[in-house]
Design a protein around this ligand. Sequence first.
Ligand code: ATP
Length: 437
Amino acid sequence: MPEEYMKVTMEKIVSLCKRRGFVFQSSEIYGGLGSCWDYGPLGVELKKNIKDYWWKKVVQERDDMVGIDASIMMHPQVWVASGHVAGFSDPLVECKGCKHRFRSTDIDVSSCPDCGGALTEPRMFNLMFKTFMGPVEDAANIVYLRPETAQAQFVNFENVQSTTRKKLPFGIAQMGKSFRNEITTGNFIFRTREFEQMEIEYFVKPGTDGEWFDYWVNERLNYYIGLGIRKENLRLRQHDKEELAHYAKGCFDVDYNFPIGWSEIEGIANRGDFDLTQHSKFSGKTLDYFDEEKNERYVPCVIEPSSGVDRTLLAVLCDAYDEEAADKETRVVLHINPEIAPVKVAILPLSRNGKLLPMSKDVSAMLRPHFMTQYDDAQSIGRRYRRQDEIGTPYCVTIDFQSLEDNQVTIRERDSMQQSRVPVPELLDALKEKFGL
Ligand code: ATP
């Protein structure tokens, strides 16, 4: 394990996130709401950049993928057909004393971990959130908050295929919120009850699913390396037979080496033709594909790479976190891939001296339409560099008294801390070049 990686702990990440405005506890002034988190000004930028990166890689840069954005609430039959109503459940035990509930697979003791009381036999507990649509709260009006985004790709298969005229193989991508009434939550944003997913359903001709499965497993591992996560902190884990869902022909997890241990950030499954067949059966609508070359109809098979936004963000933070000795103190720095860094350029006048103000504001106004910037003139320049390092800002632009004379500013680089002088008219191009734009 690289030395700097040993420095990162979940406590340090949680504390940095709160201190600098990445993630706050939901409803904090009311004491918080279990396992719910709010993304603050920096968190929302990082999250958006991660989602944009995914969309660019899986939709924009490919000619075999299109996107959708479906509603969170779907017809309740969707979840009967998908198997979630009957089977999306975890075995649960309840303490007869304090009434706390635990996933029986999470605890290896026969008494309550909280109070030592006796536990009930495991009971199956459905993980879907239920609510009622319309004014009448009866069984006929039950709807579920989706526990995954995926089913919308299946039920819209015909709509998308006929409107885009895509030929197999092609995929439908979607990102959005999902909800699971998880019994055991925790580890910060790793396991929550409301979270965001980025999911691809990739439709292929039956018989070619094995090779497309291998393709996607490889593709998705490389995606995380491209996102800036170190290769040695990523691994692929194949599910064994007992772990596979009954319809799945194969499944790999992409795991990240979190401070809590290796844990899943994405699952890639070969789902065969299960989903389209089920929805066809339950809706009475044909969901198949007409192969013009072969002049035949068949139900496509599906490869599903399913990633979590929040877990990816947590992996990005853990992977980027470093503590270095600098000037007799510790420099905390996030070595985030510049493409997804929340703030791209910080504009830092050397001091609050009024003479520096007009030029600093001009530089800021020039850069703002092109980059997410932050203007900071509070406290010493050294402290401001540290603040930007801590949030992963790749470049700082400093305006000093010399700048007023030679119309040059200093670009300071986050990782090497090297500084170079650039004439103001060349600043925008110089920065764009550094970002590869
Ligand atoms: P786990 O085994 O950790 O519960 P899963 O195998 O049920 O996860 P999938 O159904 O494959 O997860 O969902 C795909 C992705 O969605 C996961 O890899 C993860 O990144 C994300 N995800 C799933 N459940 C949660 C959750 N409760 N909180 C945050 N992210 C989640």
